[in-house]
Design a protein around this ligand. Structure first.
Ligand SMILES: [Zn+2]
Length: 471
């Protein structure tokens, strides 16, 4: 029988035992991932007993069934979320959290997204990586603890939500009705470990002036993405195209402008080019705007020109996170005014009120600024015992000397008092072109990485069990 070992002291016998367990369970693990992927689980209208629609409900049922087939006890939290548990199910528990809902399939698949296929060492199917594969992997990590009869100081719940992709209503319900875990990690992101997430706040600026020479304007499709396309209809006599802007004559003195950028996620604007910025630059350079429109554009263009917010008085860098980012994902006309969306990802040395005040000051009377409610940044000390337990497990199994990192996005982890996102993706190990990424076509998971992740999570559970809480 294996005993929980202090972090960083994984011995050869334990390593061999875990290797053997993973080898013996490999085929069944893959079959169980396929069984869960086979249940389409995109959110739809709520029904009786299915708060996120019948798909997520059925996926949750199937996941709990897989857990029971592995000999684990399960609890269904009113179909919002369910968990498998090892140890006596008490309120002072440790946990992991994954989700069994998925994003819509989209276009471009080369195989049926709901039927897992194996090709050249990869699994393909919607959810194999996000997050059904990790869901099944956590059940097998619990199976290890149970089968080996590891003495558990704290019960461990492998929690599985049914609504991560479209609102996190699963976790909201759980945290309202169930006690929080002492510590929780979420295998729904990247390895090695994410110990902080910037604050997020969305909002908009609205031009004070009404549109005159700009007749129509429309660009981008998501608040949280750098736009790759923006269009406008303007008054002009004669126009020439620019490197990123096409100009077509639409009628007498009316021209259609189409600007192209390089899109990307709003939390990582480096390397992107905003189509809105390109469109504004073109309008300004060709003097197409009325004096009032021009004054507004000269202000508004400062946002795409500097995604660190430095041209509009909101730049912030706290040394813990990468600096603040500010992206305008969309532009559109509303009641004759130009509206431009805002997506702030901010570190700990600023906040919603400061951002609002500073941006409004720079906008002056050219535009009004509105901001929604903010999600505050969260940061965990990488040297705290729980995080070391996770990182030691990762480095022991992979042989790396990796360190935690921070991101600008929002995962399950920020909703808990004591949680982090921990694996299982490896952005530093790129996939071949036939293997797609999460949320895209041909979503893939490299089998060897998944098996390695199972080992990491088993050692993590052993390390976490060896600690006293609160740490
Ligand atoms: Zn996910």
């Amino acid at each position: 029988m294996a005993a929980a070992v202090p972090a960083g002291k994984m011995d050869d016998a334990l390593r061999k035992e875990i290797d053997l367990f993973v080898e013996e369970n490999k085929e069944r693990l893959i079959a169980d991932i396929a069984r869960l992927v086979a249940v389409p689980s995109v959110e739809s209208a709520a029904q009786e007993g299915a708060p996120f629609g019948p798909g997520p409900r059925k996926a949750l049922d199937t996941a709990l069934e897989i857990a029971r087939d592995l000999g684990l006890k399960t609890v269904d939290c009113e179909h919002y979320l369910g968990y498998a548990v090892v140890g006596e199910d008490r309120e002072d528990y440790l946990a992991s959290i994954v989700h069994v809902d998925v994003v819509p399939v989209g276009e471009g698949w080369e195989s049926d997204p709901w039927t897992v296929i194996e090709k050249e060492g990869y699994l393909f199917g919607r959810g194999v990586m996000d997050d059904k594969g990790p869901a099944v992997i956590m059940l097998y990590a619990l199976k290890y603890l149970q089968e080996k009869g590891i003495p558990l100081k704290y019960p461990f719940r492998a929690m599985m939500g049914a609504n991560e992709e479209s609102g996190m209503g699963d976790l909201e319900y759980y945290l309202e009705h169930y006690p929080e875990p002492l510590f929780c990690f979420s295998p729904d992101a990247d390895f090695p470990l994410i110990n902080g997430e910037k604050g997020i706040v969305h909002g908009l600026i609205r031009s004070a002036c009404r549109m005159e020479n700009i007749l129509e304007i429309e660009g981008g499709h998501a608040v949280n993405a750098v736009p790759s396309l923006a269009k406008a209809l303007v008054r002009a006599k004669e126009l020439k195209p620019a490197p990123r802007v096409e100009a077509e004559k639409e009628g007498e003195g009316i021209w259609r402008l189409t600007a192209h950028g390089i899109g990307g996620h709003a939390s990582m604007p480096a390397g992107t080019v905003s189509a809105i910025g390109e469109l504004y630059d073109y309008i300004l350079e060709n003097k197409l705007a009325s004096p009032a429109e021009e004054a507004f554009l000269r202000f508004a263009v400062k946002i795409p020109h500097a995604p660190d917010g430095s041209l509009v008085g909101v730049a912030a860098d706290d040394g813990l996170f990468t600096p603040l980012t500010l992206v305008s994902g969309r532009v559109y006309a509303e009641d004759g005014h130009i509206v431009q969306s805002l997506d702030f990802r901010f570190p700990t040395n600023t906040n919603r009120e400061l951002l609002l005040k500073n941006l409004q000051e720079v906008a002056g009377d050219l535009a009004t600024v509105e901001l929604d409610q903010a999600a505050d940044p969260f940061y965990k000390d990488p040297d705290c015992a729980e995080l070391r337990a996770c990182m030691d497990a990762y480095n022991e199994v992979t042989g790396e000397q990796a360190k935690p990192f921070t991101i600008g996005g929002g995962t399950y982890a920020r909703h808990f008092k004591n949680a982090v996102a921990f694996g299982p993706e490896h952005p530093e190990r790129p996939y071949p072109s036939f293997a797609g990424s999460i949320h895209g076509a041909n979503e893939a998971a490299r089998i060897s990485d998944m098996l390695e992740a199972l080992k990491v999570y088993i050692v993590t559970l052993l390390n976490l069990e060896a600690l006293e809480y609160p740490c």
